[in-house]
Design a protein around this ligand. Structure first.
Ligand SMILES: O=C(O)c1ccccc1N[C@@H]1O[C@H](COP(=O)(O)O)[C@@H](O)[C@H]1O
Length: 207
């Protein structure tokens, strides 16, 4: 069964809907560089709407260590997602399990970076280019998804209700992560798109 993370939530209703529909994780974007930014206190209020057994992921991107420490203190996320140029040592500095996003915009050349984060709980392959911002709906060549890594891989970037089943068949990820593909506008999730996305993932037979 492919796990599902819905990212970039800014409203309690969307958090509750994602959980009701069966999302395994919800993501809050804590970096001010994003159109989906929520501050640590607002994210903590959203967290209070997350039921048991649904994970809370806090996304940061090349943010100051003091700010990331504040996010950890106020929000108490289950996991941090580093979406910038952070090193493994920087990601590991907070005593919280972490995911590292790998920018797959340059195609095959990006694969070398997958070996740089042995301490990550998982690696998230996103369609943006190195040094560019994620969450922009860009996809990459799913056939580049490695099948021989020990760490769980999360597929992200430009996933939608219409393409996610095919993406899973090609890339065979541990989990998928979606933001813009289930939105009506940045940070505002669309009920119908979220329902169709989660149904499409669940309909793919396990391998
Ligand atoms: O969602 C954002 O605003 C964001 C900002 C900065 C870095 C990453 C961001 N989102 C992450 O990007 C991927 C793909 O998103 P999309 O489905 O293509 O819109 C996903 O992991 C989001 O968590």
């Amino acid at each position: 069964m492919t796990r599902i993370k819905c990212c970039g939530l800014t409203r309690v209703d969307d958090v509750q809907l994602a959980a009701r529909l069966g999302a395994d994780a919800v993501g809050f974007v804590l970096t001010r560089k994003s159109k989906r930014f929520v501050d640590p206190e607002a994210a903590a209020r959203l967290r209070d709407a997350v039921p048991p057994f649904v994970s809370v992921v806090a996304l940061v991107m090349d943010d100051e260590p003091a700010y990331v420490a504040e996010v950890v203190r106020v929000l108490r996320p289950d996991m941090l997602q580093f979406h910038g140029m952070e090193t493994a040592a920087q990601c590991a500095a907070y005593g919280v399990r972490w995911l590292k996003a790998i920018a797959m915009g340059e195609g095959e050349r990006a694969l070398a970076r997958l070996r740089d984060y042995p301490g990550a709980a998982g690696l998230l392959l996103d369609g943006h280019g190195l040094g560019e911002q994620g969450g922009s709906g860009q996809r990459f060549d799913w056939s580049l998804m490695p099948q021989d890594l020990a760490q769980p891989l999360v597929l992200a970037g430009g996933l939608t209700p219409a393409n996610v089943a095919e993406a899973i068949r090609v890339a065979r990820p541990w989990a998928v992560d979606v933001s813009s593909g289930i939105e009506s506008s940045p940070g505002i999730k669309d009920r119908d798109k979220m329902e169709r996305f989660i149904s499409a993932v669940r309909a793919v037979p396990s391998v």
